[in-house]
Design a protein around this ligand. Structure first.
Ligand code: SF4
Ligand code: SF4
Length: 641
């Protein structure tokens, strides 16, 4: 009897816990199902890791050589130096810069893969890809100083791809060509003066790995300066090229209505989820899923509704804004999609894939299919995606998913009802077109104070934060204070799910922003794409600063990553700070072990660059600080507060 009471109490406690981990109503429903099915999720594993290591949280443990590992006692009772003599300042700075290097490398290697296929279009082997947006290609060519008059599209494409390929490893000290073409003059002069102008993407990342090796750079300021250089290489070249070449090959996004959240899965169809980041695969999967032969195969196996492709994370954002493919959720929902029991396959490229997907899938009929040699997961089915035969390759993968429909166990299927409509796809070109082809209406709204400022909100989910709660709280409070919010990544998926990407959400905005949004028929928060598309924000802000004749750091603009977890976010935050922005972080980076590093990131950076980091886990306090920063910038510009 006592045991039953104990079990009941335990269940009630668990239920309460499931309610607490997310504000998304699909989450507790599926966590209850996970419990019934005996499946562990990211939140269970997060609990199992408690308490997390204090040295790791402070960032003052080092494993950079085999004399170690070493750790510094933050309270001063134990060692204050590693075996080699490295201080907490050196160790914390080195660790943070290695994280930044990984993030910059991930974005830029994603770009490299896209550029490789673009080269295939030029050379003729990538037969299933094409140039979809010629205007964008010509615009990029002109910005790079390439003569386009009298040349055919392929000739221009060849010259553009040659520049792009050299961005990764060109010799010499000349600045990156994309950064040179798109960054504002004032910023470039400042970066030159500070000696942080990036020269080549791979070089900057490699130099971080070199400097952080035992016995090289021990100075936290010099380490952070190199980190900023690598971050600039990512933002103004690596990520920017990923965005631009994706637009040229798959089309520049335009506003489109879509559906989001796990309710987009269908009982009557084969459900295929694309997950990861790179559109090379996901675009093809979405295209071939319409193939009449595959659809007929699905129907013949009992899936009356045919094949339903849905997205997850940033590759989900890529197909969402270009093809209107519904999005099943953001980072913390990847396992839950499988737990519905309705997913025939998860087809992944790379980044943000939890290796646990395979464990979760082993409890259901779902197949996890890896496709990239650089992202394999033990236990997954690996079918290499051959970009030279992209359609054939994609069809082979989708066929496997379709054939798996017969293994679906109907009794184990539970698809939450919740889904939300959203308007997404606000590329810079789309925003300009909504504004009538010029930035002046936005500049005017900013000057007059109808729109008080702009916030770029980006980034992930993190089990340390109640899923989506900070994203939503921060965005709602900013728009209520007449701050236009733009953003990318899993923030954007959160906005889609919680109704903030509906034009009707303008009702939640302050009077000035509401008037602007209603006049333009846009939501008060704008979807600008996937993580690499943070580069769209750089381009928009650069254009706005040039239009207003001020430096980027003078604009009433803030950045925020309320629920970030990824090393890529370290790079993104850093290139925004180096570009002059005030950047809020909603989860604490592992830097508190070094007061010196904290001082550089939160104060020193502002003196040198006009931008800085600000860490605050409470969303309301964070918004207060962001609004104060916007007010201060407006005061300095002589604009009404
Ligand atoms: S580099 Fe220095 S601090 Fe790091 S593990 Fe080696 S000896 Fe320890
Ligand atoms: S926003 Fe973060 S979690 Fe989401 S896909 Fe991008 S890196 Fe991954």
């Amino acid at each position: 009897m006592e045991e039953r009471i104990y079990e009941r109490l335990l269940r009630a406690t668990r239920r309460e816990f499931y309610q607490q981990v997310s504000i998304d109503p699909t989450v507790p429903q599926l966590l209850e199902k996970a419990e019934r099915d005996g499946v562990e999720t990211v939140w269970h594993r997060y609990l199992a890791q408690q308490p997390q290591c204090g040295f790791g949280l402070l960032g003052d443990c080092c494993r950079n050589c085999n004399m170690g590992p070493c750790r510094i006692d933050p309270f001063g009772y134990g060692p204050s130096r590693g075996i080699c003599g490295a201080t907490a300042d050196t160790i914390v700075a080195r660790n943070l810069m290695r994280a930044l290097a990984a993030g910059a490398a991930a974005h830029s290697d994603h770009a490299r893969d896209i550029i490789e296929v673009f080269r295939g279009i030029v050379d003729g082997w990538a037969k299933d890809y094409r140039i979809a947006d010629e205007q964008k290609l010509l615009g990029v060519a002109k910005a790079l100083g390439i003569e386009v008059d009298g040349k055919g599209t392929l000739e221009v494409a060849r010259e553009v791809v040659e520049v792009a390929e050299m961005e990764f490893g060109k010799p010499g000290n000349e600045p990156l060509r994309f950064l040179n073409a798109y960054a504002p003059k004032r910023r470039k002069e400042l970066w030159n003066k500070l000696g942080i102008t990036p020269r080549a993407i791979d070089r900057e990342v490699t130099e971080i790995m070199h400097r952080t090796h035992m016995g090289v750079d021990a100075d936290p300021l010099s380490l952070i300066a190199q980190g900023l250089r690598a971050a600039l290489a990512d933002g103004w070249s690596g990520s920017m090229m990923a965005t631009m070449f994706s637009d040229v090959m798959f089309g520049t996004p335009k506003p489109i209505r879509i559906w989001s959240n796990l309710g987009v899965l269908r009982e009557d169809a084969v459900n295929v989820m694309v997950h990861g980041h790179n559109p090379l695969l996901s675009m093809k999967i979405a295209e071939v899923a319409k193939d009449p032969e595959l659809v007929e195969l699905a129907r013949s196996l009992g899936a009356e509704g045919g094949i339903n492709v849905v997205g997850m994370c940033c590759t989900g954002n890529e197909v969402l804004m270009r093809l209107g493919v519904p999005i099943a959720g953001n980072f913390l929902q990847q396992e839950l999609a499988i737990i519905t029991g309705a997913l025939e396959a998860v087809i992944v490229d790379y980044q943000c894939l939890m290796p646990a997907l395979v464990d979760v899938a082993s409890c259901y009929h779902t197949k996890i299919i890896t496709t990239e040699p650089k992202a394999r997961i033990p236990g997954a089915i690996h079918i290499e995606f051959d970009k030279a035969k992209a359609e054939e390759s994609a069809k082979k993968i989708v066929r496997l998913a379709v054939e798996n429909f017969k293994n679906r166990v109907k009794e184990r299927v539970f698809i939450p009802k919740e889904k939300m409509e959203a308007m997404v796809g606000f590329s810079v070109e789309a925003i300009l077109s909504a504004l009538g082809g010029t930035l002046e209406p936005l500049a005017d709204a900013l000057r007059s104070g109808k729109v008080k400022g702009i916030a770029g909100v980006v980034g992930c989910n993190n089990p340390k934060v109640r899923q989506d709660s900070s994203h939503v709280a921060i965005t709602r409070e900013l728009i209520a204070n007449d701050v236009l919010v733009v953003g990318t990544g899993c923030w954007a998926i959160a906005m889609s799910k919680h109704g903030l990407f509906k034009p009707e959400a303008a009702e939640l905005a302050g009077p000035g922003l509401r008037e602007v949004c209603k006049a333009l028929g846009i939501p008060p928060a704008l979807h600008m794409g996937s993580c690499v598309d943070c580069s769209r924000m750089l381009i928009a802000l650069a254009a706005l600063s040039e239009h207003l004749g001020v430096d980027m750091s003078d604009l009433p603009v803030v950045g925020s990553a309320p629920e970030w977890y990824s090393e890529k976010a370290v790079s993104i935050g850093s290139y925004f700070v180096a570009s002059g922005l005030f950047v809020h972080l909603g989860t604490v980076p592992p830097v508190l072990g070094s007061p010196k590093v904290v001082e550089i990131l939160t104060k020193g950076a502002e003196e040198l660059l006009g931008g800085k980091f600000f860490v605050e886990t409470d969303p309301h306090k964070a918004v207060k600080a962001m609004l104060e920063h916007i007010r201060e910038k407006r005061r300095k510009l002589g604009w009404p507060e």
